[in-house]
Design a protein around this ligand. Structure first.
Ligand SMILES: [Mn+2]
Length: 482
């Protein structure tokens, strides 16, 4: 609860100064930004970390390699939906805090023996931005450009060049360095995402003699340990998601559609300053409770349904991931409650064991997944008398951050600074009964900090909140009829 922790940044007045839940926060924020920024200011509805934080990440990354690193942001043409709002490629954002279209980045390795920035005659890092385009800005609003006065101080780069100069810069580098790092296309699906393939093809065509090496694991390892600023953004995303879950708990009743519940939750997020959803909201009632990523939201919620709500806000680029499972009519059936309590028991067993050194691997003596699985498999039965472990069909959790499924490896030991979900579930399609409970925690030196603790998980508490809300509705209705 409470206000947003202060992030040192580039704002004249931090949007954190405005009451988070105030209805006018967004309007106020917009006016604050335009008021204190006579020259071309970014129009982002995001807070950033301080430029020094992004600069330190770049320095740390380039110190790990012996060749230049070339990276690209998104162009804004990666998606054709008319509802699409630009959001930066996450690795690029992590290293720059820059959230506009068409940018490129070159980082040189620190001077060591052999090739060095001095040898190439180039600055150690260059941000490439699209040249100023006033006619485009009439449609899309202001963008940062290399010709803006003070652009270096604003972006935190000593050198900001027009994007078309990236080619000549690469050609210069190729005379000094035999290899270049970039993000190589992810090969598992369809030969890689198109934007990664396009970037690699462009390097090949421009400097065919240069060898390409992959940098994405190095960036992802950095992304796994969150900075204080990232933890503050995640905390805010989580707080808004908890507010939304509580609103849904109070609103839930038979006769509503899944999309109505989701709409209320999205409203709570947006009114609190969240700029987007962390992922497509999942509100699955009855049979839909057993589909992990159900996003159709079309069912009319019926008496007796169980409803899985897996809905998370994004705040300043960072996504929460929270799930609660509710009885549509406010009271779990004995069978629903039995399964619910097994999932809760599994989550508590995992939480009791989570600390640095443990991992999310499927098996092994350090596996908290196995602890949750064993709990589920040793409690309760399906309709055929079989153990329930086979119905826990996903991992125990994952990292969250700029991506709701942030980079991270299940079998890597937990370390302080990681933010992960803990989300056991049991899905029984035969009984139209799915239960998932998902919370977000920060790994600390001695264990973890429970970031989503204020949202009740105990079935009795959930039923009480729902009963109080139902009584309130009945009272309102009576007043209206009197
Ligand atoms: Mn999740």
């Amino acid at each position: 609860m409470g206000g947003l922790p202060r992030i040192p940044g580039t704002w004249c007045v931090s949007p954190g100064d405005t009451p988070r839940r105030a209805l006018f926060a967004v309007l106020l924020l917009a006016s604050v930004v335009s008021f204190c920024a006579p020259q071309a200011r970014s129009q982002q509805r995001r807070e950033r970390e301080a430029n020094s934080v992004y600069a330190a990440r770049r320095a740390k990354l380039s110190a790990q390699v012996d060749a230049p690193i070339l990276l690209w942001g998104f162009t804004g043409r990666e998606e054709s939906s008319q509802a699409y709002v630009f959001a930066q490629e996450e690795n690029f954002y992590y290293l720059t805090g820059h959230n506009e279209e068409g940018a490129g980045l070159i980082l040189l390795p620190p001077a060591k023996s052999g090739a060095s920035p001095v040898a190439s005659g180039l600055p150690s890092e260059i941000l490439f931005l699209p040249p100023k385009n006033p006619s485009k800005e009439k449609w899309n609003g202001l963008r940062m450009s290399p010709s803006d006065p003070g652009i270096e101080a604003r972006t935190g780069f000593v050198s900001v060049l027009p994007y078309p100069e990236m080619r000549a810069t690469l050609e210069k580098l190729a005379k000094v360095y035999p290899a270049i790092y970039t993000i190589l296309p992810y090969e598992k699906e369809n030969g890689g995402y198109p934007h990664e393939k396009a970037a690699v093809d462009w390097i090949h065509t421009t400097v065919p003699q240069v060898a390409l090496k992959d940098i994405h694991f190095d960036i992802e390892a950095l992304r796994q340990i969150k900075s204080p600023g990232e933890i503050a953004f995640l905390t805010e995303a989580i707080e808004l998601s908890l507010d939304a879950q509580l609103a849904a708990m109070r609103m839930m009743r038979p006769g509503l559609h899944e999309y109505e519940i989701a709409a209320k939750m999205v409203e709570v997020h947006a009114m609190g300053g969240s700029e987007a959803e962390g992922y497509a909201p999942i509100v699955g009632a009855g049979p839909n409770s057993t589909a992990l990523h159900y996003d159709k939201l079309s069912r009319k919620i019926e008496d007796g349904d169980i409803v899985v709500l897996d809905v998370g806000a994004q705040y300043s680029g960072y996504s929460a991931d929270i799930t609660r499972t509710l009885p549509a009519n406010g009271k779990f059936t004995p069978r629903q409650r039995e399964i619910y309590e097994i999932v809760l028991g599994a989550q508590n067993a995992a939480l009791a064991a989570i600390k640095p050194g443990m991992d999310y691997c499927q098996r092994g003596s350090k596996s908290v997944h196995k602890i949750a699985y064993d709990y589920i498999n040793s409690h309760g039965k399906d309709l055929h008398g079989k153990s329930l472990g086979q119905y826990f069909i996903h991992g125990l959790g994952h990292d969250i951050g700029l991506d709701v499924h942030d980079p991270g490896e299940a079998c890597k030991p937990l370390e302080p600074g990681m933010v992960v979900t803990v989300e056991p579930g049991i899905y029984l399609p035969e009984e139209n009964l799915g239960v998932r409970i998902e919370d977000d925690i920060l790994i600390t030196e001695t264990g973890y900090k429970f970031l989503s603790e204020r949202l009740p998980r105990n079935p009795g508490e959930i039923e009480q909140i729902m009963a109080e809300a139902a009584a309130g509705r009945a009272k309102e209705l009576k007043k209206a009829n009197d």
